[in-house]
Design a protein around this ligand. Sequence first.
Ligand code: NAI
Length: 321
Amino acid sequence: ESPTPPHALLSPPDQTAVAVIGAGAMGAGIAQVAAQAGHPVILVDAQPEAAERAVAGLRATFDKLVAKGKVTREDADATLARVTPHTTADMRTIPAVALVIEAVVEHLDVKRAIFRQLESAQPSTTVLATNTSSLSIDDIVGEACSGHDAALHGGTSPAMAHPERVLGLHFFNPPPLMRLVEVITGAASGADVLDAASELVRRWGKTPVRCTSTPGFIVNRVARPFYGEAQRMVAEGLADPATIDLALRGAGFRMGPFELTDLIGQDVNLAVGESVWRQTGEDPRYAPTDWQRELVREGRLGRKTGRGVFEYADGRPVDAE
Ligand code: NAI
């Protein structure tokens, strides 16, 4: 009997093109990780200039790494040359690749539409991954037929024809530094696809952890009450955010709940929180707070807007006093 050939995802990186969709905080970082591992990367965004801006951001990052002596100029230039920005809202215009990693806004209908366009245009062997923080892989690939969905979308939308090649690859912020990648198994995800994707991220220097497609997977499920409880303490006047962060950091957490949600983005964190809360039948343990909604309404999104729970200048926290 002949040994099973390795999955196409595990071919030499220079022959294994990757498309990253969404050139925001996560997409840009994931593109960097893939390009540093030697893959040609197409970085796609629907907003004009967003992909170009992300590539300019990567150039600035590499300039700093070169200045610090962590990367040679030659390697930095070679890595940057592998990343091609591409502006489109139509995923059918993306050339054929081995792997797509989707990292657009945390909205089910947007992700569903993207995956259907990808499926109709990419070869049947292309692995399609989502960087969703909380949405169910089965909801992304399956048929949308609930009354609410049908009303919202003006009808039902079909299930994907090949859900076996769809999985979650949930990176953490910032992707080049954080080692964890949750590998999310949908009900229909193929074992060969999950194994190959896990091996691929291991080759990228990451630690893959398998999770089932349940609300929030592992990290976001455990972290929701952590953020929520801290906010309730502030609302009850028991401690202020800086004190709570100081205490949690002192207890061994890398970051406190407030500085961490400012890093994640208060808008992203609220969307993830609402998604987990809704999917758990509005379990109060995961309920977003009014305060969180207020931050988002006021545009206090965290580091990326210069102000969230705390104030930032040039992306760095400004000391309160
Ligand atoms: P972001 O808001 O920084 O970036 C999203 C990007 O997607 C924007 O540039 C936007 O123009 C683009 N986009 C939106 N709709 C699009 C469409 N239909 N087609 C193409 N591009 C589109 O968001 P961020 O923080 O990068 O998050 C992206 C995804 O990653 C979300 O699903 C989020 O839940 C997940 N995630 C976020 C983490 C975080 O700490 N921010 C951590 C892990 C996962």
